[in-house]
Structures are given as C-alpha cells and as structure tokens.
Design a protein around this ligand. Sequence first.
Ligand SMILES: *Cc1c(COP(=O)(O)O)cnc(C)c1O
Length: 437
Amino acid sequence: MDERLLTGTMRMNKANHLEIGGVDTVSLVEKYGTPVYVYDISQIKYKARTFKMTFQKRNIKAQVAYASKAFSCLAIYQLMAKEEMSLDVVSGGELFTAIQAEYPNKKIHFHGNNKSDSEIIAALDYDIGCFVVDNFYELSKLNEYTKQRQQKVSILLRVTPGVEAHTHEYITTGQTDSKFGFDLENGQAQQALEMSLEMPYIDVMGLHCHIGSQIFETDGFSLAIDKLMIQSKEWQLLFDFQLRVLNVGGGFGIRYISEDEPLPIEDYVNNLIDEVQSVSEKIQLPMPEIWIEPGRSLVGDAGITLYQVGSQKKIPDVRNYLAIDGGMTDNIRPALYDAKYTGVLANRVADTVEETYSIAGKCCESGDMLIWDLPLPKADATDILAVFSTGAYGYAMASNYNRIPRPPVVFVENGKDFLAIKRESYADLMRLDCSLY
Ligand SMILES: *Cc1c(COP(=O)(O)O)cnc(C)c1O
C-alpha cells in the first residue's frame, strides 16, 4: 500500500488493522455497523489551521471559508465555528443548519445561482456577512428587499474570469460558457457593478471567482487574480470602485489515489499571496483582503468509508467482481464523474496482495462500480474494505436510491469516537410517505 494514503492519524496498528484517530476501524465496525463514514477530526483541524496560519504568518488580511457543500451537518458546522472559520452556504437548508449550529452570522457567505425569495429573506433575517451575487435577477431582488427592509448588505459579485482550471492543466476561454456569475469579457460584470454601486443599501466589497475543482497547480489561480485585479484597476478609475475583497474560491486538490500530486496547503496559499501582492504593486492597486473557500481540501482526505465485503462474481479471464454493502448511494462520484478511489482491507492491511478485484456497489445499476481493478489480498465476506478520501461530496451527495438508508457519520479523535450523524432506519426512509388508504 502507498503510505502517502495514510493521511493525518491513519496508520496500521499491531493487529494489522487500519486505525484512524487512535481508534481501530474493526472496533468501529463492531460498534456502528457498515457502511460507515469515519472522519479524522484532528486532520480537519490541522488543515483549517494551516490555511489560516499561512495568511497570518505573512500578515495578510484574509478569510478562509469552509465550502460546506462538501460535507454539511450540525457537527461539522460546530467544529468549523470553533476553529473560527468562515462558512459558505449555497441553499436554505445549509443556512438553516448553520443557524441551528449558532454559526456567527457575519461569518456566513451565501452562494448560489438561483437563490429563492425565502432563502434570501432567511439570510437577511439572520443578517449574514455577505451575499455572493451571481446574476442580475438576484441583484434586483436583493435591491428591492434591502430597500423595503432598510437593511444594509455586503456583497461580492461573482464573475467568470474566462479561466478554467482542470486537474492537470488550465485553459483560458475567450467567453465562458457557465451557468455561474457575470461574464468579465462581454461587459456583463461591469454592468452589474455599475448597477450595484447605485443601490442604496448594497455595499460591493469586491469580487469573487471560482475556477474549478481538484486543482493541482497554481497557474489558473494566478491568471484569474491578474484578470480580476487589472479589471478592478480600470473600475477604480472609471467608477471609483475599491476592491476591498478578492475571493478566489476553492478547488485545492487532494490525494484520492497514488497518482494524485496535490500541493501542500502552504504552497497554494503562498502563491495566491505572492500573486496578489505583485499585481497590486505593479498596477498600484491597494492590497485587497484575500478570501478563499476550500471544501474538499478541508474534509476530503480526512474521511474514509468502511464497508463489509459480500458476494463475489468471478468471470474467468475477464474480471473478479467483489461487492460491498454500499455503493453509489453513499459515493456517487465514480458513477457521476468517473472519480478514482483506492482502498485496503481494513482488517488485514499488510496481508500479501494476491488478487485484482473490481469493487461493485449493491444498487441496481451496472454503473454502480466504486473502484475498477483494485489489488487486494484474497478477500471474503469476513473482510472490511476501507475506501480512502471519501470525506468530501460523499455523504453530501448520498441518496436513498433503491431505498437504501444513508450510513452514519462517526468522528474520531485521540482514541475516542463520536456519532455525528445517525444511521437512517427503514422508518426514517418512510417518514414522509403518505398512505393512500
Ligand atoms: C464547490 C465550491 C467551492 C469548493 O470547492 P472544493 O473543490 O470543494 O474546494 C468553493 N467555492 C465555490 C463557489 C464552489 O462552488
């Protein structure tokens, strides 16, 4: 096994079992059953602190917001609040959960390309820190509501800078075909800025962009920073616009499989700072605050999923299928975007690898495959499969397809385990069903 997959507190213990947060995964399975998501809390704290410390060390005004769509629940919001992180929400449901967690209101930033009236009102009622305004429709609604309520709000304008970052390369597109944000090139961003500067209760703090996900280099961020700052200089001269906040989004990569080579968090952050500082000097624009929004990179590789191995199907000279007791209902990413994962037998970590298995889920879909061609020891139904780096967009995207209940979420730290989300029961599955008779 590639040791680099053992992030944070993960290790193999004396019993040849996978251990996380000082807790044996085999004992977690005995206590909570399978499938179960397990999060290494000290790893999440370490990453949150590293993002923040890197800015602090260089005396840069910054906000690090947890992009909570990656994994949203009461306990993670409580944890992020305690770590003094800001929080991105993208829906009324995420906002409601944040309010239940008593999240400091001014640290909440509200995203989304189609915020409903009730979502906008809920956010105004809670007096959140910032709306990231996505389009003209939202801007005019926000103008109306803030006038009616005589309530000031701070906003960032989300712009599409014509830079798209991919895992291994970035591309610049002349005009960006995206459902998100105001286009920089075709003048819509400028139009939105002029309009919002006229709105009596709206304070435009700055600009926002988000160029992609699972990004392994810094060129895309630098290019987006250049574009936004040069544009801001022009707007300063034209409209006296002051860029107080530059939000460059999230998308910092993590390791799912051995081939992934993410940069250390410090490198991503230092590069952002270097670029903003150098452009700021070059074009004589005051240093804005730098805001970022990591999601995956805070929680992704802190999470694993434990499954019980079940049936097998051997097709001679073709493939060995090994089925587990979960699948696309708890991890849709392989089926949705061909995402790659790897794993080990949690109860026999260092046993000799003898077979290649393709790990199948239990849903009624041929596409319900978690991992193709995973080398493992000879496995049977007494084994537990641990899949790495399932902490982001796993539980968050889980479904009840085939009426499969969603697994529980367990936090582990310093040898202790805490239940963060209970396992759904069959009764839970039926709680909204209405009887015809
Ligand atoms: C999804 C998203 C993020 C977080 O992306 P990660 O890849 O999880 O870091 C940040 N900002 C915005 C606007 C997003 O849509």
